[in-house]
Design a protein around this ligand. Structure first.
Ligand code: NAI
Length: 360
């Protein structure tokens, strides 16, 4: 018998009414009954902050931890030191930066995620956010809700995606899918920056140019999307200096991780008009506090904010995929079988993927 601890988000009334909200404490990733019928203990909570939280109480003897990026339990070095029995940390979703991966390596804990499970969901959200920003949708909609009608006030800051230069930082599963989808909009040029090359057939299948440096991407693009993981090399990557290299009036979309961009740098750039817009669903701490400045920052014309709660990768379509994927990872562990290599982030004391930094 093993003890499995899952930290999920609370779904409340929505989860009672919608059983496909698998990522919630109420619906227990859809496999709670299975796990218990196999004789295992399954503790599920959304209480994750502080030493008296259910998370910290149960981490001390859990064998397997399941977390999600949407309501991240921060698995710090100190938590790992407390987690004496922990052998497997599963991310139900994609993005395991909330786990201290170096500390996991020291203890030879395997960290696995459900790679690919929500990459289409995020890529769609990225394209949507670009459209929302570039076309100045949010103030246009707010105007209607306010029972107002002023075309010029909206149109003075509305543009087309067609003809723009658009680039992605990171051309992995999500970045690549964003490029694929953007082709249909006839951009001037699509660019990507990544230290990992694309397979030759994948590179040939899209009309996008690889740039050699981040600076080239920053200074050339009208719209930039961030699609790399958060790690030592990307924390605060988009700071005041990086934003200053971007074109005046550019738009920035970040659905990767909040801490890749510097909070205050984004606020200052949007409020000065250097950035025309910033949007995404990831925050440097989640849930975002009520007074987080990204909630109500705006550009000088009153728009440019397309922030939402972290949900791009947790559509109902995505939830079934990451719930099933998390179950498969646990099943393999319990059966003593190898994990699907695509899902493994760290294992046996080392990184199993190149996505979390350029390592030898
Ligand atoms: P992936 O592993 O397929 O691709 C990531 C790419 O980023 C890799 O090609 C890697 O080489 C590249 N990269 C890493 N560091 C870089 C750097 N400094 N500069 C340029 N490129 C760099 O990952 P995938 O599936 O595309 O996901 C990317 C990230 O998106 C995840 O790590 C996660 O943080 C975020 N994500 C967000 C979701 C949401 O709901 N908002 C859902 C799923 C993922």
């Amino acid at each position: 018998m093993v003890k499995v601890l899952a930290v999920l988000y609370s779904g409340g009334k929505a989860a009672q009414e919608e059983s496909r909200l698998f990522g919630t404490i109420e619906n227990r990733l859809g496999f709670g009954d299975w796990l218990e019928s196999e004789g295992h203990e399954f503790i599920v909570t959304d209480d994750k902050e502080g030493p008296n939280s259910v998370f910290q109480q149960h981490i001390v003897d859990a064998d397997i931890l399941v977390t999600t990026p949407f309501h991240p339990a921060y698995v710090t070095k100190e938590i790992i030191a407390k987690a004496k029995n922990l052998k497997l940390a599963v991310t139900a979703g994609v993005g395991s930066d909330h786990v201290d991966l170096n500390a996991a390596n020291e203890r030879k804990i395997t960290v696995a995620e459900v790679s690919g499970s929500n990459v289409v969901s995020v890529a769609e959200h990225v394209v949507m956010t670009m459209l929302v920003l570039v076309r100045n949708f949010v103030p246009a909609h707010e105007q209607i809700i306010a029972h107002d009608w002023n075309v010029a006030q909206i149109a003075r800051n509305a543009f087309d995606i067609e003809g723009k230069t658009i680039g992605t930082i990171g051309a992995g599963r999500i970045g690549y899918r964003v490029l694929q989808r953007l082709e249909a909009f006839n951009p001037k040029e699509l660019l990507w920056f990544d230290y990992t090359d694309l397979p030759a057939d994948a590179a040939a299948a899209i009309k996008a140019r690889r740039v050699a440096t981040l600076d080239e991407l920053l200074s050339t693009c009208d719209v930039i999307t961030v699609n790399c993981p958060l790690h030592e090399g990307t924390k605060g990557l988009i700071d005041e200096k990086a934003i200053a290299k971007m074109k005046k009036g550019a738009w920035l979309v970040n659905t990767a991780r909040g801490a890749i961009v510097k909070r205050e740098a984004v606020v200052a750039a949007l409020e000065s008009g250097h950035l025309a817009g910033y949007g995404g669903d990831v925050w440097d701490v989640q849930p975002a506090p009520k007074d987080h400045p990204w909630r109500d920052m705006r550009n000088p014309l009153g728009g440019g904010n397309a922030m939402v709660a972290h949900y791009s990768g947790t559509t109902l379509d995505a939830q079934i995929r990451y719930a099933n994927g998390a179950k498969d990872i646990i099943k393999r562990y319990l059966a003593g079988q190898a994990q699907d290599p695509a899902n493994v982030i760290v294992e046996n004391g080392g990184y199993a993927t190149r996505a979390y930094g350029q390592r030898k």
